[in-house]
Design a protein around this ligand. Structure first.
Ligand code: PLP
Length: 462
């Protein structure tokens, strides 16, 4: 047992040491995947090895390939940096090794999801009575939301989709904005609906759904209870941060008996800020929602939430039974709200993150990162660069002119420089730099140093 104490302490010290180095370490990992593989690609031993020696070996082999994604100057994709208490809670979740399947396997893990799930609904402005499943991320949440939609709509149309599948089923209509997240398409593929079932709705200049076009597309096909129809909305366009007009779009959809799913991976967090809440006005009217913990809430990977206004629909769509499970805890159990069976205990880290921040801290995290995004936009614009989007949330799109190859060269130079890390995107046919500010650690000084690095890279690229 003494060995285990030492081993865990060693691992925790190593992790904390890495995290303490994030302010000064180059953001880009020193080695690429091929080199990282060489370091890890040792022979599989025949005989067992000493655990402490294995951990030391892993630390030395993996460290060069670690990105400073949890650090204050990583602005790629939409990646949060895990909060201290949330990180420690996840270390405990691993150490406790609890299975969050249901309250019989782990009363505490299931209860943490219940309690933290309640807090999440309150902060995100969702109905108190909604069901919550703790999933891997917004991809998982979108799949749960769309599966719940399929169950509910098919039942209304007189079809038992869980039993009969989609062969011979009423045709399902799925409407979504042209700039929906690609995970919506994958969820539709997994559900057997196929991405071809999508009826694309036009978006406005910022990539939010055009409600007039939504009304047109809805009216273009059959609607009503016999024609299962889902409308996928988005809170937080992954390029621009734009949020759909949730109230207007949901009212249109509901008038046609359609189900509304909101993909709010990061943008749903606008609801937690009194200053930004107006952006998600009407969010509570929808039928299902997907959101991430590992993005803007700064919970360690992986962490996402699938909410459904009708918990009984969510569990009817997702749960299963087996003889050995009857009588093994409260029903429905935590996993009945997800597409997984055995699950790691994600509730502890979310519980800890929300206790660490409090209501005001969550609002401050959202407001502060949005202010830092505006600081980026102002400084880069003052320096003569083009800010392509309306910076309504934490996303900034930056143009370096019309030469896509030059934009990619600048991006590569920024990433190699190591001060900060920004990714690229192709938006409306043009290569741009994407900045997402999602980390509680980021300061004005981090933004200023990163602006300098960007301008330096642009100056040095012909
Ligand atoms: C990030 C994102 C997703 C996918 O989320 P994961 O956490 O990677 O599964 C889906 N939708 C939107 C809008 C996103 O920003």
């Amino acid at each position: 047992m003494q060995d285990l104490h030492e081993l865990f302490r060693r691992a925790a010290d190593e992790a904390a040491g890495f995290r303490s180095s994030l302010g000064t370490r180059p953001v880009q990992a020193p080695v690429d995947q091929a080199r990282a593989k060489e370091l890890l690609d040792v022979p599989l031993p025949d005989a067992p090895r000493d655990p402490a020696e294995v951990v030391d070996h892993l630390v030395s082999a993996a460290t060069p390939g670690l990105m400073s994604t949890p650090g204050p100057r990583y602005f790629g994709f939409v990646v949060g940096g895990a909060l201290p208490a949330a990180s420690a809670a996840d270390l405990l979740a691993v150490g406790w090794d609890q299975c969050a399947f249901n309250g019989s396997l782990s009363p505490a893990a299931a209860a943490a999801e219940e309690v933290a799930g309640g807090w999440l609904k309150e902060l995100l402005g969702l109905p108190e009575t909604a069901g919550v499943g703790f999933v891997t991320g917004a991809q998982g949440a979108n799949t749960v939301g769309l599966t719940s939609a399929r169950h509910h709509l098919m039942r209304q149309a007189g079809w038992d989709v869980e039993r009969r599948g989609l062969n011979g089923a009423p045709a399902m209509r799925v409407l979504a904005g042209a700039e929906r997240h690609a995970t919506i398409d994958r969820s539709l593929r997994l559900l057997g609906l196929g991405s071809d079932c999508l009826e694309e709705v036009a978006v406005n200049d910022e990539g939010a759904i055009d409600t007039a076009d939504l009304a047109r597309v809805l009216a273009d096909g059959p609607t009503g209870p016999e024609h299962p129809t889902v409308v996928c909305l988005q809170a937080g366009n992954v390029n621009t941060g734009a949020v759909d007009d949730l109230r207007a779009a949901t009212e249109l959809a509901h008038a046609e008996a359609a189900w509304v799913h909101v993909d709010g991976a990061f943008g749903l967090w606008a609801a937690a800020s009194p200053a930004l809440r107006h952006l998600v006005d009407g969010v509570e009217l929808a039928d299902s929602w997907g959101c991430d913990g590992h993005k803007w809430l700064n919970v360690p990977y992986d962490s996402g939430f699938a909410f459904c206004s009708r918990p009984e629909v969510q569990t009817a769509a997702m749960s299963y039974t087996a003889s050995y499970l009857t009588g093994s805890g409260a029903s429905p159990g935590a996993a009945d709200f997800t597409a997984e069976s055995s699950r790691r205990a994600r509730g502890f880290a979310v519980w800890a993150a929300l206790q660490e921040l409090g209501r005001d801290g969550v609002a401050d995290l959202v407001d502060r990162t949005c202010a830092l995004a505006r600081r980026f936009a102002a400084a880069l614009s003052d320096a003569g660069l083009e800010i392509v989007n309306d910076v309504v949330l934490n996303q900034v799109l930056v143009g370096f002119g019309e030469d896509d190859a030059r934009t990619d060269e600048i991006l590569a130079r920024i990433q190699q420089d190591g001060t900060c890390w920004m990714g690229g995107t192709t938006w409306r046919g043009r290569r741009l730099m994407r900045i997402a500010v999602s980390n509680h650690l980021t300061t004005e000084a981090d933004v200023d140093a990163s602006v300098e690095a960007v301008l330096r890279a642009a100056r040095h690229t012909g």
